[in-house]
Design a protein around this ligand. Structure first.
Ligand SMILES: [Zn+2]
Length: 344
């Protein structure tokens, strides 16, 4: 089959690779019908050291099950399924506690020897715990929004949950990328009174307003902090969704959180030390977050998509086939595309 393999920063290729097969009795094979290029795929795209074997890429997909191992019970051949970015067994204590991204059998697709989803097919470890069957056809009109359940919608929602967004709260979202824009949707959905997006790209701002952003702050650094304080009577917001992961983003997040507020961080930190920790401490700011347990959020978010209350799929602005994937990486990296959908 054909699959996307990254060999070094800027070097993404479509290659012939062996077809995936059932290795463990808990595996399933999924023919990929939709996948994405993720903002987090751009980190290795900018920094990966050259590797002869290369890294299979892609961790968000919807597909159709082609085969299941002997011990798979919850999904069957022919099912249309969402594949969250992490695999999990669905049975351990952390899966039962709603944190499948801490599963004792956790794996990340397109990482650590696992298959990537920017491919014609993919082997799924722990299919029963990982996959979520959908009751729609493989070309349903809602596919773009359903695909966001594999990562970005669940990740934006996680930031909002960790930041304790609730009715009447003032919320700010740091970052106007694909996750930040879903953060706007998530904050509105959970009842935010004020929904402030910190971002500077005009097309993304327009979409954010349609998603429910009440205010846009396009300044950066100290000016951005000052603007958010002005909007909130000098106090800052109750909840901040930090959707970037860079030092300045976390410093800004801490500075715009009112005393006693909370930050949900879902941008993978690019530094070992947490920026702004002293300022956060003296304001009793709670800082949390991590890899979103998107598999656990699907039952909560899915009805809102199926019934049209949220449309997170509107963030896709490019569709490519496998041959178009290297160009998709380039255009996302050059900010010519916000979020690329792949139709292998
Ligand atoms: Zn588990």
């Amino acid at each position: 089959m054909r699959a996307t393999v990254m060999h070094a920063a800027g070097d993404v290729r479509i290659e012939k690779v062996p077809d995936p097969t059932i290795i463990e009795s808990t595996n399933a094979l999924v023919r990929v019908t939709r996948a994405c290029i993720c903002g987090s795929d751009l980190w290795p795209y900018r920094s990966m050291a050259r590797s002869d074997r290369g890294q299979p890429m892609g961790h968000e997909a919807i597909g159709v099950i082609e085969a299941v191992g002997a011990d798979v019970r919850n999904v069957k051949r022919g099912d249309v399924v969402v594949m969250p970015f992490a695999s999990s067994d669905g049975t351990c204590i952390f899966c039962h506690e709603g944190l499948p991204t801490a599963c004792v059998h956790l794996g990340f697709f397109g990482n650590q020897g696992n298959d990537g989803a920017q491919a014609e097919a993919i082997r799924i470890p722990y299919a029963d715990g990982t996959l979520y069957p959908l009751s729609v056809g493989q070309d349903d009109a809602l596919m773009p929004s359903l695909l966001t359940l594999a990562d970005v919608m669940g990740t934006g929602h996680h930031a909002a949950v960790v930041a304790k967004v609730g009715p009447g709260k003032d919320v700010a979202i740091v970052g106007d990328g694909a996750v930040g824009l879903r953060g706007v949707i998530a904050a509105k959905r959970l009842g935010a009174a004020r929904n402030v997006l910190l971002g500077r790209h005009s097309d993304r701002i327009a979409l954010a307003r349609e998603f429910g952003a009440t205010d846009i702050v396009s300044e950066r650094g100290p000016e951005a902090i000052e603007r958010v304080r002005q909007l909130t009577g000098g106090q800052g917001v109750h909840a901040v969704l930090e959707c970037v992961g860079l030092t300045q983003a976390m410093e800004t997040a801490i500075a715009i959180t009112r005393a006693g507020g909370a930050i949900g961080g879902v941008g993978a930190p690019q530094e070992a030390a947490m920026p702004g920790s002293q300022a956060g401490f003296y304001h009793n700011v709670t800082v949390g977050g991590g890899p979103a347990p998107v598999r656990a959020y699907i039952p909560d978010l899915l009805p809102d998509i199926l019934e049209g209350r949220i449309q997170p799929g509107r963030v896709f602005d490019r569709i490519v086939d496998l041959d178009g994937v290297p160009g998709g990486y380039r255009d996302m990296n050059d900010r010519k595309a916000l979020k690329v959908m792949v139709r292998p």
